[in-house]
Design a protein around this ligand. Sequence first.
Ligand code: RB5
Length: 144
Amino acid sequence: MIAIGCDHGGLELKNAILEHLKNRGVEYKDFGIYENKSVDYPDIAVPVCNFVAEGSAEKGILVCGTGIGMSIAANKIKGIRAAVCTDHFSTKYTRLHNNTNVLCLGGRVIGPGLALELVDLFLDTPFEGGRHQTRIDKIAALER
Ligand code: RB5
C-alpha cells in the first residue's frame, strides 16, 4: 500500500503517478487534492505521513511544485524519512542508505517520464541495512 498526495503544484504529476501505479497493480490511497484548487501543502503531507508512520502504508509519495515544501513538512512527522529526488542516483541511494519511506517530487521541476522512473526506483530498491541502520537509529534518536 502506497499513500499519495499533492498540492496544486503537483496535481498533474500526481495524476500521472496514479495511472502508473494502477498499471503496475500497486495498491494506493489517494489523500488528494482531487481538483485544481490552491491548498497548503502541510495539510496534505501530514495525513499522508501519519498513514505511513502508523504502518497503514509501506511508503508515501508527495508532490508539490518543487517537492521541497512537502519534504520539510514530512520530515517533521516522527518515523518519516522523506527525500526530494530529481535524479536516478539520489533516488536509488536514498532507498539503499537512508531507507526513506516518503518520496517527494516537484511537479514544476521534472516531467512525468523521469518522475515515473524515479517512482519505480523508489518502490523497487531495498534498504541495504548494516552500517546504514546505525545511522538511521541516530536520526531516530533525535525524535525522542
Ligand atoms: C505552491 O505554490 C508551491 O509553493 C508549493 O507547491 C511547493 O513548491 C512548496 O514547496
